[in-house]
Design a protein around this ligand. Sequence first.
Ligand SMILES: [Zn+2]
Ligand SMILES: [Zn+2]
Length: 333
Amino acid sequence: MRHHIETLPTVAFLLALGGCVAAPSGEAPASSFEGAETEAAAQAVPPATEPRDPSRTWVVLLGTGTPGAEPDRFGPATAVVAGGTAYLIDAGPGVVRRAAAGAIVSGLPALRPQNLRMAFFTHLHSDHTIGYPDLILSPWVLGRSVPLQVFGPPGLDAMTTALLDAYREDIRVRVEGPEQLRRDLLAVETREIEPGLIYEDPVMRVEAFAVPHGTWNQAFGFKLTTADRTIVISGDTGPFDGLVDIASGADVLIHEAYGAEGLRLRDPGVQRYHGTFHTSAIKVGEIAAEAGVGMVILTHQLHLAGETPDEMVDQVRLSFDGEVVYGRDLDIF
Ligand SMILES: [Zn+2]
Ligand SMILES: [Zn+2]
């Protein structure tokens, strides 16, 4: 579905997309708002490390948080960067600023805000989508010159239309006022997905699989395959043994987790919620071991009884003897 702002505020013009969407090439031009890499910004993020080889596939954790408003963990968002494109998985609070920080830390230009043009939503929980209007609008203001392509569960089209409608006055002012932004460059192409191959271009292949996330009717994880890496992202999920086959032999498993010991100390309601919506670190280790993945990165960590990061990593290691990392914002793998 193509959401084109020219037709707002009446109703978004809807154009069904056929076939897989080819990735447009070229980077967006700089805008007058550019300036993320200022001294002030540099102080707010870890210092730049050595620039990463752009010919390889990189994972950059943009936000490892949960609905909990922890100051040092932004909302759920992971970038897989390959072939000069950042493929974003989810867009939690602060996603565009976190991408700007990621560009500085990694040296990968694909993460600059004006270059963000691909996103995949695991599900529509607010902690994973509050950054969606940010992703639609901020890169446009900063000079993005191609449509934003977005994939996600049913409900994505309606959410997109509603967001563009909600910001129609902001858009009008930026287009008709002194900024003179181009309305035609604010285009969002959405596709509501089902399990299976959902996207392919010359460097990236993305497959979606359904996961059990409590009472959500539609929640997904993603398997991203490039020439040099296979990366499986669980999304938010309850214990899901099907992941053993899906992640079999993957180089990287990025999995959500809660501290297993803590859940036992909580009341039955909390146990019921987390037991069906999320996965314990112990279970993550069992899945990783059976799947034989290369490494495990924990994200969306829930500390139900104040478990330390080391304790959660140790719970994974009860079954899995490969590399286990407690993911933190702006980690690069
Ligand atoms: Zn979540
Ligand atoms: Zn969720």
